[in-house]
Each structure stands twice: as C-alpha cells, then as structure tokens.
Design a protein around this ligand. Structure first.
Ligand code: 48F
Length: 254
C-alpha cells in the first residue's frame, strides 16, 4: 500500500469534481430533503448540478424524523416520489404514509448522487455573486471549518445559471440577498405550526424569487411567512421536484 497513491487518488478525484462544478447550470445550497430531491430531478434531466452542504452529513433534518423518532410521514400527493425513488412506505390511514427516516434520507441521497448530482459537504455558502445589481450569478464558498475556527480566510466564487436556496428554516441565501444586495426581497419569517397550510403553501410558493434565484423546501415558508409543519415531508419532496422543473424551464428559455 502506498500512502502517496492513496492521497493523490483522493485529491485528484475530488478536485476533478470541484473544478467541474465551478461553472454549472444549477447550484443548490443545502443537502436536506428539498435540495436533494431538486438535485435528483435536475440530474435525471441531464442538467449539470452541484449541491453545497455545510455539514459533514447530507440529508438535513430528515434523519431524526419527528422529535428523534426516526419515522417520517408523507401524504398521498407525494407518495409517487417515494415510489420513484424506491423508498418503502406503509399506509397508516387513508392519505398518510409512514417511512423509515434512515431509509428515506439515505436512499434520496444515494439516488441524487447516482443520477449525477455532485455533492460537496463541509462547504458553506457565505455570500452570492451578483451582476447588474439584480441578478444572482453564483455563490461564494468557504470551508465550514473556517467559520467554526473563526479564521479570517477569503472564500472562492463559483458560477451558476441558477441558484436554489434549499437551506431550510433559516432561508440563508435569501436572507443574504435581502441584506447585502439592492434586490428587494422581503423575508416574512416562518409562522407557528399548521401542517395543512404549511404543506400547501410550501409547494405553491416554490418559485423564482429574483433573477437567478429559486427557493425550495422550508426556506420557502420562511420567505413567504407560512407555517411550519413538523415531521411530514411530502411538501419538501414536492417543493424540490417543483424547483427542479421550474429551473429546467428557465434554462430552456435561456
Ligand atoms: O433543514 P433541511 O432539512 O431543509 P429542507 O430540505 O427540509 C426541512 C426538513 O428537514 C424539516 C421540516 C420538515 O417538516 O421542517 O426541517 O427544507 O436542510 C437544509 C440543509 O441546508 C444546509 C443545512 O446544513 C442543512 O443540511 N445549509 C444551511 N445553510 C447553509 C447550508 C449554507 N449557508 N451553506 C451550506 N449549507
């Protein structure tokens, strides 16, 4: 065994993918259920897609189910996504299905990666790249370890035709845009729990929020002032799929 061969293999194969992801069609921020679902459908559609995730693990808030009981609930509207991904589920009562959170998160991540989405963990998005004062054209990345260690290290920028904010409850990319650019983007803030309304509005409001930037998943409800919903995940899957479909339409329109 040659340690240098092992090290070279890791560095070269990683940087080949990172270099190939510096100018992509779609860059997704956040590898939770909505970001991974969007990544899966985009990659299946032949789109060059990179997903940047701050944490070591991908899957976001899916692993813990509800209050660490590692089961998720999915409503019938989203069951076809579970079926397409090959995630097993059981009908609990009419319209409600349960799935194992571990199977759901790991299968979703595996399917997205196998479809061709490039996932980079341990990388935090700390800013956006902007042009003509109103169009988001890329992301500013840094190693998550840099902010954890409170180091002063400049970031790097990557280009994307479209960015999807799938950062969950904090809607981090949208907040950066609202705070640091001249783009008028109101962040209304997530509201208290109301599952039915939260699940409906998360899908309805999955959309382009300014040129170059779409929002998906729980970030949608943070931006549009909609309720949280707890451990029902159909809205995340449907929102991710819708964001991918909208992105593909926008890319076709040029
Ligand atoms: O939080 P998260 O799972 O978002 P989601 O896809 O799904 C929400 C559900 O998990 C759950 C829920 C269901 O009812 O409400 O909360 O909308 O995944 C968001 C991911 O984004 C990463 C974060 O670590 C998490 O894995 N993330 C957040 N900010 C950044 C980021 C950032 N600035 N850069 C990189 N990754």
């Amino acid at each position: 065994m040659d340690e240098v061969v092992i090290s070279r293999a890791i560095v070269e194969s990683y940087f080949k993918d990172l270099l190939g992801s510096m100018d992509v069609d779609v860059a997704i921020v956040g590898a939770g259920p909505s970001g991974m679902t969007a990544g899966y459908y985009l990659a299946m559609g032949g789109i060059r897609v990179a997903i940047f995730e701050r944490r070591l693990s991908v899957g976001g808030g899916m692993w813990g189910g509800g209050m660490m009981f590692n089961r998720i609930v999915v409503q019938s509207e989203a069951k076809e996504i579970l079926d397409e991904l090959g995630i097993s589920c059981k009908e609990y009562q009419e319209g409600y299905y349960t799935a194992d959170a571990i199977e759901a998160a790991s299968t979703l991540c595996s399917k997205a990666v196998k479809a061709g989405a490039k996932v980079f963990n341990l990388l935090s998005v700390e800013d956006v790249v902007i042009r003509q004062d109103d169009k988001i054209t890329g992301l500013v990345l840094n190693w998550s370890a840099v902010s954890l260690a409170d180091l002063h290290v400049d970031p790097l920028g990557v280009r994307a035709k479209l960015v999807i904010d799938a950062t969950g409850h904090d809607a981090e990319v949208c907040r950066i845009v609202a705070r640091k650019t001249g783009i008028r983007l109101e962040i209304r803030g997530e509201k208290s729990m109301w599952a039915e309304v939260g699940e409906r509005e998360i899908v309805e409001n999955t959309r382009l929020v300014c040129p170059g930037l779409l929002v998906a998943g729980m970030a949608v409800n943070a931006v549009f002032g909609s309720p949280r919903m707890g451990a029902i995940f159909g809205g995340m899957l449907l929102s991710g799929r819708k964001a991918a479909g909208l992105a593909m339409e926008l890319l076709r329109e040029g």
